[in-house]
Ligand binder design. Structure first.
Ligand SMILES: [Zn+2]
Length: 127
């Protein structure tokens, strides 16, 4: 199964696995990457996973411990929508306002609740 990544709003890579989101913690000399659960601060979750690389072709190394909190699929979706929007804003000729409207139209209500509102999104992407 290929690895899935999205970019955070600050441009940092995040790993998505089984509905959980991880932020990059460290990378060792052999290229193995350690990812920390994004809920580290919110839920004090100490789960870390390791991947063989930061590419889609990489794989999870070792076991993935259980989280003591539930997966946050809507956060994952919101992160994907935001990343997608950023990509399209860069290469698409559509008006930025049209792009933002399009990208928030097709998400579920729970995902929409996790998204910044339209003016905030526009600011986020500098459009
Ligand atoms: Zn966790």
């Amino acid at each position: 199964m290929p690895l899935k990544f999205v970019q955070s709003q600050y441009g940092n890579p995040m790993l998505i696995h089984d509905g959980y989101v991880y932020t990059k913690k460290s990378e060792n000399a052999s290229g193995t990457i350690t990812w920390r659960c994004k809920q580290y601060s919110k839920h004090c979750c100490r789960v870390v996973v390791h991947t063989s690389s930061n590419k889609k072709t990489g794989s999870i190394v070792g076991d993935v411990p259980n989280h003591h909190h539930s997966a946050d699929i809507s956060s994952v979706e919101a992160a994907k929508v935001k990343a997608n929007l950023k990509k399209r804003a860069r290469k698409c000729d559509d008006l930025p306002s049209v792009l933002v409207a399009k990208s928030v139209k097709n998400v579920s209500d729970s995902t929409a609740a996790k998204m910044p509102n339209e003016p905030a999104l526009k600011m986020l992407f500098g459009i």
